[in-house]
Design a protein around this ligand. Sequence first.
Ligand code: AHG
Ligand code: MN
Ligand code: MN
Length: 335
Amino acid sequence: MKRISLTQYLVEQQREHGLIPSQLRLLIEVVARACKHIAIAVNKGALGEVLGSAGTENVQGEVQKKLDVISNEVLIEANEWGGHLAAMASEEMDSIHVVPNRYPQGEYMLLFDPLDGSSNIDVNVSIGTIFSVLRKIGHARGVSEQDFLQPGKQQAAAGYCVYGPQTTLVLTVGNGVALFTLDRETGSWVLTQQDLRIPEDTKEFAINMSNRRHWAAPVTRYIDECLAGKHGPRGKDFNMRWVGSMVADVHRILSRGGVFLYPWDAREPGQAGKLRLMYEANPMAFLVEQAGGAATNGRERILDLVPTRLHERVSVVLGSKHEVERVLAYHREAG
Ligand code: AHG
Ligand code: MN
Ligand code: MN
């Protein structure tokens, strides 16, 4: 079998479709390289003294794990000097990180969730890195938080890496979704699946059921109908899966279909949801749509939402198209 590396894939995408200018190619390669470093740290586990809490809190008031902090530093250091970026933003940093003056400033802006699934680190369950790429608008040298507040449909690229039994990278540059697997012997990312497609129908859902009593009525209705199975209104049995790392749950959906929900709930009535729009929901929504699925907050397409804050939160329903449409319809009917 002829092996296609990430580099070759990117070069060919540029040649055939004009989708990947050289700065974007460098950016994606640098992120992929940083993910390899994170994968090595993750694999060392207790031997690398990377488990447990860092003893600090991020801007959302969550306790940071050592790996949250390490992964954030790896991504910043790798991306700062290449000349492809103007600024970065991360779940683990209160405000944006503008590329220092000693380096050339590039045309892109990068957002990331450096380590997704933090609660799974110490129990050796799949975790990952999620990233989103935006174009810098205008030619002025400065960058402000305002420049980042673009709707997700303007993303130039998005992807994630899963640190699981295999280390995989899933990427879109707006021309379908490609999957790369890390070959540990050669250290290279090898294209192992092209054009991932999410089936329109499914019998599998993913939601944190322990929050059921806090959900809004349309979500409870949808899940209760799934649970009623063959003898309920859906007329078929559903299976449930919940890893608790968005990367792993979304990866399953990109692999075999399904629907993922992290809806608004009454525990934090003032927040739109738990997940963050700009570096969790938007990149995943871009990938899911590129694979033929759908992504909504229950009322609107996620990629159409105009962010008002860097760390804005959002309600998320994504995956197999017909199920997402059903959840949308239940919200509409509820008014
Ligand atoms: P992070 O580790 O980056 O803070 O994100 C965790 C997210 C997401 O990965 C997952 O779907 C969700 O939190 C799980 O949260 P709960 O266990 O609170 O339901
Ligand atoms: Mn996350
Ligand atoms: Mn995180």
